[in-house]
Design a protein around this ligand. Sequence first.
Ligand code: SAM
Length: 336
Amino acid sequence: MRDQFVLADAFGRVATDLRVSLTDRCNLRCAYCMPPEGLDWLPGADVLTDQEIVRLITIGVERLGIKTVRLTGGEPLLRKNLEWLVADIAALSPAPEIALTTNGIGLAVRAEKLAGAGLRRINISLDTLDPEIFARLSRRRRLPDVLAGIAAARAAGLDPVKINTVLMRGINDHEAFDLLRWAMAEGVRLRFIEQMPLDPQHGWQRKNMITAAEIMQRLGQRVELVEDPEDALTRGSAPAELFRVVGTGYSVGIIAAVTKPFCGACDRVRLTADGQVRNCLFARTESDLRTPLRSGASDGEIAAQWVSAVAGKQPGHGINDPSFLQPDRPMSAIGG
Ligand code: SAM
């Protein structure tokens, strides 16, 4: 029987949720995430191969107690063999829960295959229902593809289908209620995310951020919201706080990553597309697993390096500390 460890840190938290970035590339250029011209992509040789990704995930699941594997990016659907990767991960023992975070472009023709391969949960990003605002915000005219992707995810039985929305002042912040009404009608779970300082331009400003309180206030002009009574019992490490729309069975999520950090309950660890372990979106250090992986280290040795990487996890993301410095990698290169 092989050794079993857990990914514990010095503050009593244990990482069981692994977020794997499959690529730093994306086919959108969302203003809060990427500049119009894109970024200097990782050199192809630096990006982990399918086999390397599966080997690291296998070590995480079989030796280190990882229970959920979320595939992200960049845009994970740009990875051609995504269906095979999902099938390989689904075949691990114990089988992890597999989730995908995507912009939905191309999902219309892949959702069924992904579900068949073992994908269960999906988060699709959608910031607006207006094609012109979509084009302005993401610098691409792809709203119909995203909506088709969401419909396909539902038809394929992926459950839950969650919608991630970032509101930007003066661009799409007037759409909060329209998005809620749409999500309720579609039967998808809407979650607003506070914009975080992870843009490559380092242009984030607190005063421009639409806060959770502001989102509540805007929605509150149209519907009555109360804390979801079940959320307090079931939230656990989930980043979204849920609010019930009074008179309905629907709850909307708000991820107040900046104004109400939830670091104390964090159970996440990240792996970048070039094989670096990150303990936090805002970490300023990484631990290299690609070098040992490519220089003949055993699974046990890699597991030991991973354990010591997570042991050094900081207590919080520090955005609200006066000494906060934005990480060098933007969101798209970390894996959101
Ligand atoms: N391309 C995929 C997608 O669009 O979902 C996965 C990667 S994307 C980086 C993951 C999520 O991060 C998206 O929902 C996106 O809206 C969110 N995101 C990106 N930059 C952000 C920022 N600065 N603050 C908050 N959320 C951000």
